[in-house]
Design a binder for this molecule. Structure first.
Ligand SMILES: NC(=O)c1ccc[n+]([C@@H]2O[C@H](COP(=O)([O-])OP(=O)(O)OC[C@H]3O[C@@H](n4cnc5c(N)ncnc54)[C@H](O)[C@@H]3O)[C@@H](O)[C@H]2O)c1
Length: 397
């Protein structure tokens, strides 16, 4: 678990991080006894300081108490692509933030411990396995992870009186609607295990809300692209997920020569240039929608919102934008249609504009891809060189 905080009314606060089991001290052999004594004293002082900041020390941590004017948000899946961007934005806006992610396997006891040692006001629940292709290969993993994580989050929120939930859902819950654009009223008929499990998680939340006064916002994202404009974060899926990856990842891999080129499946759809059309949304706009949802969430109310631009771009347009952004003439092979792909998907963003006063301000295919490419070029191995290790956890498959 990683606690990061700034109080909204108090300005910047000390940050306290806890990486269980990762403390270490580097000691050199040294004949100078005085030097050793000084080192021991400094280390002891440092340990006391760290302990003093830890929630288990006598003085209660700021994270363990509700504070008027301060909103403490638990970000599940905060080590992932969207969750990490959301955490960064929340910190910028002076929210108090705690991140949970199961980089290693976890258990329910850990979740309870986290909730009992922290006073959360809200949870943004991003944690999930999230690749359509992988979900068709490992459906049980997807059903288990997505539904049971949501159950655990809800049960623990209820047990600890946490009042607000912002849930990451997806346009994959709509399946292949006959009519475009997709509104929040469009029937949800998902066609793959990922979309079906996400719909199940939504149903669990909706049923729970009927007898709870929790404030709930369900955000259904369309296709997320881009990365932090200041270059601090990017999208770095693990190499084994490459084959299931999203189109931006594939474009960047092709531009870097990791894969020989791109394969576009289907050129005879009833779209302007014959390739599939999707609604791409920049991650900066997406996290902005989360902050607005958090601000507008009300007890006893469930808000459901599409998060997209309302404008589709074709795969061909995407690839051209990617070529411009990377400066690489990516090799493209045009193949037959792939079963299960649908021609056109784009949102109707009217509801989120009218009710949350949100519109996509940063989404521009070429610029979003340029920003993401800058990060990709500087981080060829993703976050691999980073010295972080984490053991924070909850229900794992
Ligand atoms: N990326 C998109 O285009 C997109 C579109 C629609 C919806 N979403 C949703 O947004 C959310 C975040 O997606 P992302 O693209 O950032 O994915 P990601 O894979 O980058 O991040 C997900 C994070 O959740 C963590 N996680 C998974 N299972 C967990 C568990 N049992 N306990 C704790 N942590 C766990 C992972 O370690 C990972 O860090 C997901 O819920 C996904 O379904 C994403």
């Amino acid at each position: 678990m990683l606690n990061l905080g700034r109080a909204r009314i108090q300005g910047r606060q000390n940050r306290s991080m806890s990486f269980e089991g990762s403390d270490y001290a580097d000691q050199k052999k040294n004949n100078d006894h005085t030097g050793k004594i000084v080192l021991v004293i400094s280390l002891t002082a440092m340990c006391i300081l760290v302990l003093k900041q830890s929630p288990t020390f006598d003085t209660p941590s700021v994270f363990s108490q509700h504070e008027p004017g301060v909103t403490h948000v638990l970000v599940t899946g905060g080590a992932g692509y969207i969750g990490s961007h959301a955490a960064l934005r929340l910190l910028k806006d002076s929210y108090r933030v705690t991140i949970v992610d199961n980089l290693s396997r976890g258990n329910l006891g850990a979740v309870n411990k986290i909730f009992s040692e922290n006073a959360f006001d809200a949870v943004m629940h991003f944690a999930a396995v999230a690749y359509v292709g992988e979900s068709t290969q490992f459906p049980l993993k997807y059903y288990h992870n997505i539904t049971s994580n949501t159950l655990v989050v809800l049960e623990t929120m209820a047990a600890h009186g946490v009042k607000t939930l912002i849930y990451s859902s997806t346009c994959a819950t709509y399946g292949e609607p006959e009519k475009m654009p997709i509104t929040e009223e469009t029937p949800q008929v998902p066609i793959n295990p990922y979309g079906k499990a996400k719909k199940m998680a939504e149903d669990i939340i909706l049923d729970f809300s009927k007898n709870s006064n929790m404030a709930v916002m369900i955000l259904r994202y369309f296709n997320v692209i881009g990365s932090d404009p200041e270059g601090r974060l990017g999208e770095a899926p693990r190499p084994e997920l490459r084959e299931h990856g999203r189109i931006s990842g594939a474009c960047f891999d092709a531009a870097r020569g990791i894969i020989p080129g791109l394969q576009i499946k289907g050129t005879d759809y009833k779209t302007l240039d014959g390739t599939c059309v999707r609604d791409y949304i920049d991650v900066t706009d997406l996290v902005d929608a989360h902050v607005k949802a958090l601000e507008k969430a009300k007890p006893n109310r469930v808000g459901i919102f599409n998060v997209g631009t309302g404008k589709g771009s074709s795969v061909k347009e995407f690839v051209e934008a990617c070529k411009k952004a990377t400066g690489v003439d990516i090799k493209v092979d045009y193949l037959e249609r792939r079963a299960g792909d649908y021609a056109e998907v784009y949102s109707d963003p009217r509801k989120i504009r009218e009710e949350l006063n949100w519109t996509a301000k940063h989404t521009n295919l070429k610029e979003s891809l340029e920003t993401a490419w800058r990060w990709q070029k500087l981080h060829r191995n993703g976050y691999e060189s980073s010295s972080f290790s984490s053991s924070s956890l909850f229900s794992a498959y």
